[in-house]
Structure formats: C-alpha cells, structure tokens
Ligand binder design. Structure first.
Ligand code: GTP
Ligand code: MG
Length: 337
C-alpha cells in the first residue's frame, strides 16, 4: 500500500489509475483493498463494539418498530462514540425519514447509518500534497503525546518502501529522548535524519533539513516538532518561525502541515484542532490511536467543523499501522458486524 505513486508513474488524474490516497492505496487490488478493510476494522474495534453492542441491544431478533423512543435511544448510543450532536441528529433524522412506523431489522438500520456516515465524511481530497519540483516538505504538529513522532515513523517508512528518498528532521529539540526516538525510527526505516543538539533552535534544524533535502535531492522531508498547546503563544510563534525558515529554502514549503490528533481524546481533539488549524496553517489531519479509542466517531465533527481533511488514521503502534483515510472504507469498517 503506497501512500504516493513514484514520480515516473502516471498521474492520479488519469481515470484508469487509482489515486494514491484511495482506500486500497492506489493499487486497485481486490485482495489489498480487502485486507485494508480488515485492518481498519480491527483498528476500529473499540468504537465498533460500542456501536454494535449498544445499537444491537435496542433490537430483538424480529426487529423493532421505529418510533420516537427508538430514535431517542439510538441518538443516546451514537453520542457515546463522540460523534457529536449534529451528526447523531442527522443520522436519527434519516432513520426516522426512511423507517418511521415500520419494523426494521438491526442490519437494515446499520446499513443506513453506514451510508449516512460515509456521505458525511466524503468530499475532501485525502491525497498527500506533493511538490511539483524538488523535495516535498511535511511538517508535523500537535499537542504533547498525540502521536506525532510515531506517525512520522510510519509515514516515512511507507514513503521509503515505495521508493522515495526520505529525510527526517528532528525538530523536537526540547528533549534528548525525542531526538533519540526519531533516530531509532530512521535506523529502522533505513533513511537519513538531520538532528540538532538538545535545546538548540528547532527552526535551525528545520532550516538545515530543508536545505539538505534540496541540496541532496531528497524526494520528501518530514519534520518533527515538540508537542505544544495551541494557547502557548511563544511556542505557536516558534511554529511560525519554522514555517518561515523552511519557505526561505523552498517558497511553497511546507507543502503539508499535518496536525496529529489523539482519537482517545474524543471531543477534546476538536478543541485542539480548532486552536492549531487557526494558528499553524494546517493542511490535513492524522487521527492517531483510533485503535485505542471507543470514540472514533469524533472523526465526524472533525470533518464537519474544520476545512481540514483527515488524511491518515493511526491504527496501532507498529510500523505498518498507518492507513490512508478513505470514507467508504471507514464507514464500512465501523458498521460491519
Ligand atoms: N495504540 C496506538 N498508540 C499510538 C499510536 N500512535 C502513537 N501511539 C503511542 O502514543 C504514544 C505517544 O506517541 P508519540 O509518537 O511519542 O507522540 P508525540 O506526539 O510525538 O509525543 P511528544 O513528542 O511527547 O509530544 C507512544 O506510546 C506511541 O507508541 C496509534 O495509532 N495507536
Ligand atoms: Mg514526539
């Protein structure tokens, strides 16, 4: 599953070619698509269990009459996944519209909810941006412990495996352990890394990363940053400085500013997204730790409230546990039995 096609491959705009960010990672292969669904399903296990068990509990095997009581109960159960009031209301409205005063089976209802979820999530392009010429620079930001460094490791590994020359930038200079953590990832992947001494200016690491990426003709550089809160003004200004020094090397860079959100934070992830997307010029979201969360429904308000596509989801701590986000795949995985 390659996140990017190589530059020599045909453009994704060619309708005969699947896109790099599509559910099957651009391979178009049935088997791979199937295994992606299985992995997404496993990653969403906790949310899926909440939904399936909770919603199924509302039904008897012979089905149940759709009336106000059922719709209220359904609403309460949907809310538990942190999908938020609006999406839950819309789903219940649709169930009411389609089935009111009829007896429905659990499977029928689940299919309707899945369809509605897919529609609510679709629309934005989830493909990773790419520089026309020269290296693509990806900056990764987010609050402490959200999963930035791990997501960088997984992303870089995938790009490296698909034949890209990848450079990492250890822009979290606050803690020696952070540099070590990214260095270990670079060794596992077999890619190069630019580091700075502890407490050195992260912008200087970012500058040197972009400079080396240009001079040595890397395809992509992924720059890590220290965790910060959106209300820590000086730290947010530091992000701004990182962006500026990178754009001195390459005017359009950074091509992506990926905000890593922790899915286990549920609705709190939304306030993080709000703060960061305003200040840091984010271009997309990585929703990490979906596997550890029963609140995977939070993806719906994130999609709705921000003009920011979810580009990847983290489905575990392993090197392969990052998947391009695909609404159809996500909805199918979430509501499959
Ligand atoms: N289960 C699971 N754990 C994850 C995932 N992504 C990251 N983690 C774990 O979350 C913890 C924090 O991950 P890091 O990548 O260090 O987070 P960070 O944002 O770089 O943290 P700081 O640099 O301290 O701000 C680690 O234990 C990771 O293994 C994921 O998708 N699933
Ligand atoms: Mg980190």
């Amino acid at each position: 599953m390659a996140f990017w096609r190589s530059k020599s491959e045909p453009k994704a705009a060619d309708p005969s070619q699947p896109t790099a960010g599509s559910a099957d990672g651009g391979k178009g292969g049935q088997a791979e698509g199937g295994s992606l669904l299985a992995r997404m399903r496993a990653g969403l296990e906790k949310t899926r269990t909440v939904l399936n068990t909770d919603v199924r509990d509302l039904f008897k095997s012979e089905g149940r009459l759709v009336d106000d009581t059922l719709l209220e109960e359904l609403f309460a159960r949907l809310i538990r996944t942190d999908m938020g009031v609006e999406p839950a209301t819309e789903i219940c409205d649709r169930v009411g519209r389609d089935y009111r005063a009829r007896v429905v089976k659990f499977d029928e209802l689940l299919q309707t909810i899945a369809d509605q979820t897919r529609e609510m999530l679709s629309g934005a392009s989830t493909e990773l941006a790419r520089a026309e010429n020269g290296p693509t620079i990806i900056l990764v930001v987010g609050v402490n412990g959200s999963g930035k460094t791990t997501s960088i490791g997984k992303l870089a590994n995938n790009l490296h495996r698909s034949g890209q020359r990848v450079l990492l930038g250890a822009g979290d200079t606050f803690r020696a352990a952070a540099v070590e953590q990214l260095t270990i990832w670079s060794q596992r992947i077999g890619c190069d890394i630019v580091t700075g001494t502890a407490n050195s200016d992260p912008a200087s690491v970012a500058f040197r990363t972009a400079q080396r990426a240009v001079e040595e003709q890397y395809d992509v550089a992924v720059i890590d940053t220290a965790g910060r809160l959106q209300n820590q003004t000086h730290l947010m200004q530091q992000l701004d400085k990182i962006r500026r020094v990178v754009s001195k090397q390459i005017p359009e860079a950074p091509h992506e500013v990926l905000l890593v959100l922790d899915a286990t934070a549920g609705q709190n992830a939304i306030s993080q997204a709000r703060g960061f997307s305003e200040v840091a010029g984010c271009t997309g979201i990585i929703l990490a730790k979906l596997d550890g969360s029963a609140k995977g429904g939070v993806i719906l308000p994130i999609r709705r409230q921000f003009d920011l596509p979810v580009k990847f989801v983290g489905l575990g701590e392993g090197i392969d546990d990052l998947s391009p986000f695909d609404p159809a795949n996500f909805a199918a995985a979430l509501f499959s039995r």
